[in-house]
Design a protein around this ligand. Structure first.
Ligand SMILES: [Zn+2]
Length: 297
């Protein structure tokens, strides 16, 4: 298949399954409150009996405006992450062969879009070559929110091991290679691909809204929604959130937008579906798991 014949959006799953106790990931949450949505969440997204939230770690390749954009770069390989055993010193993950299966060599990526700089979103920004961290995508511009980069620069200057050391091994080498472009709200990074601010989860998280020729708009929204259980309960902020109340506002606002349009939300960690459409249900909302065209899956 030639690149031009490929689907506009394709997903690469780096790690599935990744589980965390609901009470740890979303401290305000509890499994009992999710009982009305058991038919939606049991199995793929929540293990009700064990009180676990189930997520995946994913990238997406979006072909838009003549550009090939990699949205988020997952965990990577050979990274020192001793505090997270599933991320630590990974090898042979076949991420790059999965990329090849969707028609992309590393040199084909024009833009790497980092929704935010957490360690599970920047890992493949770099790879180890001759003992040195080297940008994986040699022809790409790496897009990062202005506030996001400034925040982690300041944090890493104080303590290099912050955020599992990922600034040092997955951001700084790209910055030193002169390959990072900082962006702000409403910047159009390609024809039909616009930056949307999504603050709260981190200091300067951003999303990317894509216009599709043959389908609804898609908003790659990073960790603005960490788990689909936050659709009925947007007030459950994650323990990782930089500013929980801003994170809640951001989440409520994209859920509201999606519920009153055909916008497809594509969070980085939702399992077994590309993303979600949103439907109002009484005082709350529920997700409709879907493919990138908004078709239920
Ligand atoms: Zn995150």
């Amino acid at each position: 298949m030639r690149a031009t014949d490929r689907p506009a959006i394709e997903t690469i799953v780096d790690l599935d399954l990744y589980e965390m106790p609901l009470s740890m990931l979303l401290p305000a949450g509890n499994v009992a409150a999710l009982e009305p949505w058991r038919h939606l969440f049991e199995g793929d997204h929540v293990d009700y009996a064990r009180g676990m939230v189930r997520i995946a770690i994913k990238s997406n390749v979006a072909r838009v405006g003549g550009q090939t954009i990699l949205v988020d770069a997952c965990v990577g390989e050979h990274k020192e992450r001793p505090q997270r055993v599933e991320w630590h010193q990974r090898q042979g993950t076949d991420f790059l062969s999965k990329l090849a299966q969707v028609g992309c060599r590393p040199e084909d990526i024009d833009i790497v879009m980092c929704t935010h700089l957490h360690a599970d979103h920047v890992g493949w920004n770099t790879r180890l070559e001759n003992g040195k961290w080297t940008p994986t995508f040699p022809n790409a511009r790496y897009i990062v929110g202005y506030e996001e980069l400034a925040y982690w620069q300041a944090q890493a200057a104080k303590s290099p091991e912050v955020n599992h050391g990922s600034y040092q091994d997955s951001v700084l080498p790209v910055l030193e290679a002169g390959m990072i472009d900082t962006v702000a709200a409403n910047d159009e990074v390609a024809d039909g691909a616009v930056i949307v601010p999504l603050p709260g989860h981190t200091a300067g998280q951003i999303g990317l809204q894509i216009s599709q020729l043959n389908g609804p708009d898609v908003l790659f929204c990073g960790d603005a929604i960490h788990s689909p259980v936050q659709v009925p309960y947007p007030e459950w902020a994650s323990f990782l959130c930089f500013d929980p109340s801003a994170a809640i506002n951001t989440r409520e606002s994209i859920i509201e937008r999606a519920s009153s349009s055909d916008l497809v939300l594509a969070p980085a960690h939702v399992r077994e579906a590309f993303g979600m459409r949103i439907k109002r249900e009484g005082a709350r909302h529920r997700p409709i798991f879907c493919d990138c065209f908004g078709r239920p899956v």
